[in-house]
Design a binder for this molecule. Structure first.
Ligand SMILES: [Zn+2]
Length: 303
């Protein structure tokens, strides 16, 4: 019985995907006779509203069908574990139970709920959606650097970009020092082994045009590096890279992306602000060799 209703929720999720919405669907079933009294699917983009989640829509429809706000005696089937907003809405609607498909990493719904119903199918549709979206993104793609050869290529790109870009902002000696400390092959190997960094080539039409690195940091993703070669700047490629990182966050349950930027790096600060990053702190960090990094911290909230 569960599967039949979850299949119905999945088909609503599919409709959402076809509209370019993150594919999440929900149905509400009256337990006494098994009738579906409410249907909903994610419409956040179309409605331009963070409130337009599948669960909210299904609750709204069920309340109208049943002529009252109390949904006692009803069960919701939703393809993805409800977010805190929807968990609250389900509890307020007095739903007997929420049965969800795919779990949401690192988050337990607060309402009476039970996971694992058709979870592979429910997670699969999300995965496929995000994979497709990544591919279509402006023909910019990220390719993870895994082998030593790939990391050496990233080190070369870093060396080239840092020596071209930073001399106006920090001294040449400090650039040399920082390249060695943060962007050398050895430094990257250490980052990956010790702190779960992920390094990527930024590719455009198959060509290396820069590199980026991230690492999980609690509930947020730390954007350690994002650098484009000189001739590739000003083409909105950085935005496409950030979009890819945002999708990664949504897929893996991260609530935001944060980064540090040199206080004098005006052009990068302006670019981050234009993409929705907000100032969330500042700090001076000693990095050895008598050098410090004098940085602002910026954050982009994902949900
Ligand atoms: Zn929600």
């Amino acid at each position: 019985m569960n599967d039949r209703y979850m299949a119905e929720a999945l088909s609503l999720a599919n409709e959402a995907a076809a509209d370019g919405e993150v594919p999440v669907g929900a149905v509400i079933v009256r337990n006494s006779d098994g009738m579906i009294v409410g249907r909903g699917r994610n419409r956040r983009e179309k409605a331009r509203s963070s409130l337009a989640h599948a669960e909210i829509e299904a609750i709204d429809e069920a309340s109208r069908t049943l002529g009252g706000w109390r949904l006692t005696g009803c069960t919701m089937y939703v393809t993805l574990a409800p977010c805190p907003m929807c968990s609250g809405a389900c509890a307020n609607a007095r739903l007997d139970k929420v049965i969800y498909g795919a779990p949401d990493t690192g988050r337990q719904p607060v309402c009476v709920s039970e996971g694992g119903c058709m979870s592979d199918e429910c997670a699969g549709i999300l995965k496929a959606f995000f994979a497709e979206r990544r591919q279509n993104m402006n023909s910019i793609s990220l390719v993870e650097a895994v082998t030593d050869d790939q990391l050496r290529r990233i080190a070369d790109i870093a060396n080239e970009i840092w020596h071209e870009y930073f001399p106006g902002i920090i001294s040449t000696e400090q650039v040399d020092f920082m390249v060695k400390k943060f962007c050398s092959f050895d430094a990257m190997k250490e980052n990956i082994a010790g702190e779960n960094y992920i390094y990527y080539f930024i590719k455009h039409d198959g060509k290396d045009i820069g590199y980026t690195a991230v690492k999980p940091d609690g509930r947020r993703l730390f954007l350690s590096k994002i650098y484009l070669k000189k001739e590739e700047r000003g083409k909105k490629y950085a935005r496409a890279v950030i979009d890819i990182h945002k999708n990664y966050c949504r897929e893996h349950g991260f609530e935001g992306i944060w980064l540090t930027v040199n206080k004098h790096n005006d052009s990068s600060i302006a670019a981050y602000k234009a993409m929705g990053f907000e100032l969330c702190g500042e700090g001076v960090t000693g990095i050895g060799g008598g050098y410090v990094m004098d940085d602002f911290f910026y954050e982009l909230k994902i949900r």
